[in-house]
Write a protein that binds this ligand. Sequence first.
Ligand code: MLT
Length: 327
Amino acid sequence: MSTFRAATVFAVTVLMFALGPALAPAQDYPTKSITLIVPFAAGGPTDTVARIVSDHMSRTLGQAIVIENTLGAGGTTASTRAMRAAPDGYTIIMGHMGTHAAAVALYPNLAYKPDVDFEPISMAAGTPVVILGKKDFPAKDLKEFIAYVKANDGTLNQAHAGVGSVAHVTGLLLDRLLDVKPTLIPFQGTAPAMNALIGGQIDFMTDQIVNVVPQVQGGTIKAYAIGTPDRNPALPDVPTSKEAGLPDFQASAWNALFAPKGTPQPILDRLSDALSKALDDPNTRKRLLDLGSDIPDGDRRGQKALAALVKSEVARWTPIIKASGNP
Ligand code: MLT
């Protein structure tokens, strides 16, 4: 064997030996359970979407997916934890329109850049936003709701899930459109906020439909309008904001999987594929659709589509947030 050939074989062997661990994980991934960080309280919309899709993903991947609810700062605490996790595919996060878009305009010292410090995996579900009131809110429709909120401005309170959360940002949009300044009450997620709305401690809020359907169907809260051009089959009696007289309230959130920057491409492909299989699974689809989710199909799935979505959403929400005088 020529000296050059011997040297090449030796170099490749050394390379394989050096990169072995980095290469091996991608090929054998996953070899242990995966931690899926959820930036909000259990039982809320992001947690619900995470649990529904991870159920099927864990079957495809052959390893358990363990949900870790890490709370605080409108989801940015969890996102910072995820950014700093090892890029080995064993820690991923269910981020959303708040943590991976709106937070940029709301946290001047944000520890991460959503479009730089994360590898997008794929969108999991679109979650239209609904305007809600407590059960005995003295209004039968959105027109009366608007009149009452304006007439009682300064005496009402509005819940959200932390600065930069979907409930906060879409709540700001509603308040700016109505030119009102209710008292904003933060919670660690819209699951606890919903309990306070059901209990009557909170007057109104905006929330993602997957957290709303069971309560509206059960009559424990009132839904005045949904922020999408069309009605949602899960809440057929809830008018669109346009039908209800507030057409500028267009608000539909999204929840999506991200991994730390540097996670190997074959692992990202494996996770993207497992999520896509989950979104094609009839039972998973039924669970998401029954809660009013908008399931991404075709070219709305995948890493490229999510990267583009993050960029466009940062561009969309930044001026809205700035216009509402926050921060
Ligand atoms: C949650 O899961 O509690 C929500 O996604 C919080 C929010 O952003 O409104």
